[in-house]
Write a protein that binds this ligand. Structure first.
Ligand code: HH2
Length: 269
């Protein structure tokens, strides 16, 4: 069964839970709740990357995530903590504060400085390398792929895996992610989900983030707070395809889905 990455957004403007856990205390309490519900990893983020989001400076992002990472440790939370950031400086501060993974939606391409990959390598941390076309500010303006979106995403991720290895990240600490909703039309997202096995077959563990995303709204007609069932359908699809981790807001319900699927899936030989 995939690991459950519970989302802890310490932001005023995230698309589904912006402002809800903006104080460090509220974010730590939320993280503890997610662990009690079954989260295997907590993914702490201080910058929204939703379409059109405003960029946040490294200092502001550090001020948001570091107190939460420290607070989780002080509260005795033992699950690994990931920092969701594109900036090397933020990754460095978060890893120094106790995070052990860097989830970078730019796969190490955003930060021209030391960068997230070098920071992860220095700390022996893991990384998530996600595919995104363009930047959050403009990525949904007119996403386009030459021919086959799945082939393009796979070759981009293979190149970013090579870059991570070259930066010194341990091979067995790398995950890749097709980046659902990041520079993709509805049809691109659906095609990636339909053909997840191709990505899994490339041999690098896959993380999938589809939780509450707008393509689910397009399919079901539901607003963001009402996309649980659609999100869980994606979790079931991830299990079927052999995905290694799912990044979700609704940890308790996801955990139930995985428990049941774990008992009723045909055994593979
Ligand atoms: N999606 C979001 C943020 N980070 N990281 C990975 N690896 N994969 C994803 O699909 C992914 C991600 C967007 O979701 P959320 O954090 O809820 O929203 P926001 O970016 O508005 O904070």
């Amino acid at each position: 069964m995939p690991a459950i990455w519970g989302i802890v957004n310490v932001t005023p403007d995230s698309f589904s839970d912006g402002g809800r856990h903006a104080s460090p205390e509220a974010a730590v309490a939320h993280g503890r709740r997610l662990v009690a519900w079954g989260a295997d990893v907590l993914d702490v983020g201080g910058e929204s990357t939703r379409p059109g989001a405003r960029e946040v400076g490294a200092g502001e992002e550090i001020d948001r995530v570091v107190p939460v990472i420290r607070g989780l440790q002080e509260a005795g939370v033992r699950v690994p903590v990931s920092v969701d950031t594109r900036k090397g400086e933020v990754a460095e501060a978060a890893l120094a504060a106790g995070a052990v993974l860097v989830n970078d939606v730019s796969a190490g391409t955003y930060d021209p400085g030391i960068g997230t990959l070098a920071a992860a390598a220095r700390h022996g941390a893991g990384v998530v390398l996600m595919h995104m076309q363009g930047r959050p500010e403009t990525m949904q303006d007119r996403p386009a792929y030459g021919g086959d979106v799945v082939a393009e995403v796979r070759s981009y991720l293979a190149e970013r895996v090579r870059a991570a290895k070259a930066a010194g990240v341990a091979v067995d600490r790398i995950l890749v992610d097709p980046g659902i909703g990041f520079g993709k039309t509805l049809e691109h997202n659906l095609e990636l989900l339909r053909r997840l096995e191709e990505l899994v077959g490339d041999g690098v563990p896959v993380l999938l983030g589809a939780s509450r995303k707008s393509f689910l709204g397009r399919v079901t007609g539901r607003d963001v707070e009402d996309r649980l069932a659609g999100s869980l359908a994606c979790v079931a699809r991830a299990v079927e395809a052999g995905v290694r981790a799912v990044r979700v807001h609704d940890v308790r319900a996801t955990c139930d889905v995985l428990r049941v699927l774990g008992r009723i899936r045909p055994k593979r030989h």
